[in-house]
Design a protein around this ligand. Sequence first.
Ligand code: NAI
Ligand code: ISE
Length: 345
Amino acid sequence: MTVRIGVIGTGAIGKEHMYRVKNRLSKAEITAVTDVNHDAAEKALEELEMKAKIFPDEQSLIEAEEVDAVFITSWGEAHEEAVLKAVAAGKYVFCEKPLAVTAQGCRTIMQKEMKYGKRLIQVGFMRQFDHGYEQLKQALDTKQIGEPLLVKAAHRAPEVDDSYTTDMAITDTLIHEINILHWLLADNYVSAQIFYPKKNKHALPHLRDPQVIQLETESGVLIQAEVSVNIQYGYDIQCEIVGEEGILSLPEPETTVMRYKGKQSMNLLSDWKTRFQDAYDKEIQAFINQVDNHEPAQGPSAWEGYVAAVTSDACLKAQESGQREPIELDSMPDFYRDEAKAAKA
Ligand code: NAI
Ligand code: ISE
């Protein structure tokens, strides 16, 4: 069957996902779109040369007969309500990060999904589908460097506009490290602390940039993650894991190395769209396949959305206090534990 998808929010990543469904992926089509800014929906369809019905609001799109599954690519604050509506209608839902902007919002979503009785939600933590991170995961799971002890990570972007605020370094940017390191280490976080080094002269007056976030895990792994969003030279994601007997490094994206006029050089990427293009393709294709097969959703779950929200809240508190803030999770419901096992089997 062709999975019929409705898109809520036709901005930057909404259009990216619409484009990939049309041009790069199989077994799905975009049949419906909606955006609070009606013009944005019209323009997106025009730009992408696509035909889909424009709905006046998310409720009517979710309930539409021609929609089997929903992409939520609206602003973060709007995600919770749309996810709840989609689950209430029994529709599969791919929700961009964050699942909800509060931990309580994520709990409400999990309760709704558990009541429905089947996993319908996949959260857009695409790095779990990136080949480099998959290799790190495989090496860690098979203990190739012994137990992990330390992690050094960096999330760097060339520049941000004036709408980017100090807290977004956590809620918009670090949230990817929060998720991927939790997945890689399979170890819960217990504390967070933030340090502000000397400010980058390219950062606007209202913004603290860079920031260094220190996270500790239950087993004692110490993580130092740098977020720099005005670093000019490119979009650069780094991850190095120091173990008892060796070191694992995230592979650099493939690129040509050029030797020319006495110099050796290679291009760097400039944004997230190209850096994680393959991972986005894989996460969305996996989602489509599960809808097509009527299987429970298997990608990053609402539980992972909850872990990210709790951790991100502690980081925001640490930004304010300058202190080491505790991170305390509820116990993981069996529903997500069992689903995780089933997904691995
Ligand atoms: P954007 O501002 O470019 O687009 C958002 C669109 O949603 C806008 O057109 C806006 O009018 C619309 N919208 C907002 N609230 C709505 C509602 N209640 N109903 C319908 N439409 C609504 O934002 P962008 O960059 O596309 O980000 C969207 C989401 O995707 C954010 O949560 C962001 O964190 C996430 N994102 C994830 C990325 C990833 O790497 N996984 C990369 C970029 C964004
Ligand atoms: C954006 O919202 C994303 O999610 C990208 O993946 C991230 O790298 C970027 O920093 C965010 O602004």
